[in-house]
Ligand binder design. Sequence first.
Ligand SMILES: Cc1ncc(COP(=O)(O)O)c(C=O)c1O
Length: 431
Amino acid sequence: MPKRTRLEQQLLEKAARFLPGASTGNTSYPDGLKFLVREGRGSHIWDVSGNEYVDWLMGSGPLILGHAHPAVTEAVIKAVEQGSTFFATNEKAVLLAETLSQAMPFAQKVRFTTSGTDACFQAMRAARAYRHRDKVLKFEGAFHGTSDYALMSVTPPAGEEFPQARPSSGGIPAAIQDLMLIAPFNDLDTTAAIIEAHHNELAAVIVEPLQRVLAPQPGFLQGLRQLTARYDIPLIFDEVVTGFRLAYGGAQEFYGVTPDLCSVGKIMGGGYPLAAVMGRSDIMSAYDQSQAASEDYINQIGTLNGNPIACAAGLATLAELRKPGVYQRLRETGGKVRQALSDTCARHGIAVQSCGEDAIFDIFFTSQPVASYRDGLAADGRMLGRLNSGLLAQGILKAWPQKFYPSLVHTQEDVAKTVAAFEQVVPTLRS
Ligand SMILES: Cc1ncc(COP(=O)(O)O)c(C=O)c1O
């Protein structure tokens, strides 16, 4: 168990005093395992007491180049020296918009936001303005940030009848529940029946093309594409996680299905507060301020929209990702850890399902296949908690409760250390 210095203990006490749940609202660790990050470099972070961790959390995805990558740091320092924000369209935002559109060529226009939450919220709003309808279909268990709409049926108990939505947060107006329809991921028949029954009320279908760590089954995204195209319902891909991770062109390139709108965030901001909604220009034209007199005009004024420092970090990150062989390397690193985790569990007679893709993955403790949120509920969540805690105690940090985020800076040594930790922890999981 990592030791805590007096300074870190004092800071943890302050965290408990001043932050709800002693947390900034990201990962919340169990008592005894709580720590405060001091710094990160490459694939490692250090807590305030100086304990070192191999980091597979990587800022929850943005840091595909690792912490404090020299090219990103240099670009940011240069940008900081040129001024931090202008509230006027800046050079770097234009260059990043061009780069994003080149990576995801269906998207002719880009509107920047400062979080993935806002990008997904904007995508739903843009679809409503285009379709002149109010309802949005999302998938059970999918996370599209923390707007009132997105927080429907993220973590519902099993058994709610589709397409009934159920809020997964306090403070959401009751009326929102009737504006969202919920479908089961990877179940095209049920989804098709809901779309057929409600197409005339639907403004959009929003999907994480890879939902949390669940890969789409063959034909699922293609089926969604056909169904939505039939009724001219905009299909929104939430690529906040998958964009520039599954491939440079995101899930749309990796799975070969093109949406009408998408949200991007995380990697494209290089670890800084930046995200964007992107899409077909006929839908995105609703953001054009010269159309302010139109009823469909979307007012999306934001103090930090397209912030030049974040855009500089994004441009530097994406330049690194255009280098040859990068995605193959990322998948190789992830594939090794993923395989080792499954193999270790199998050797110890523990049934698991390995889910996701090599660039983002995790396991479920169950002998049954996991293709949807409800399948995942049937898995042993306490065992997953013990795996996470056990690994953390060994100095291996992953996303809680689920996800390994491999990066381009994880070394063979990091992989070996992680695999050795699996060997230590997996045999203890049954207790
Ligand atoms: C798929 C997905 N969409 C949207 C979001 C929200 O992004 P942000 O945390 O930048 O608001 C997240 C955050 O993890 C996400 O995983």
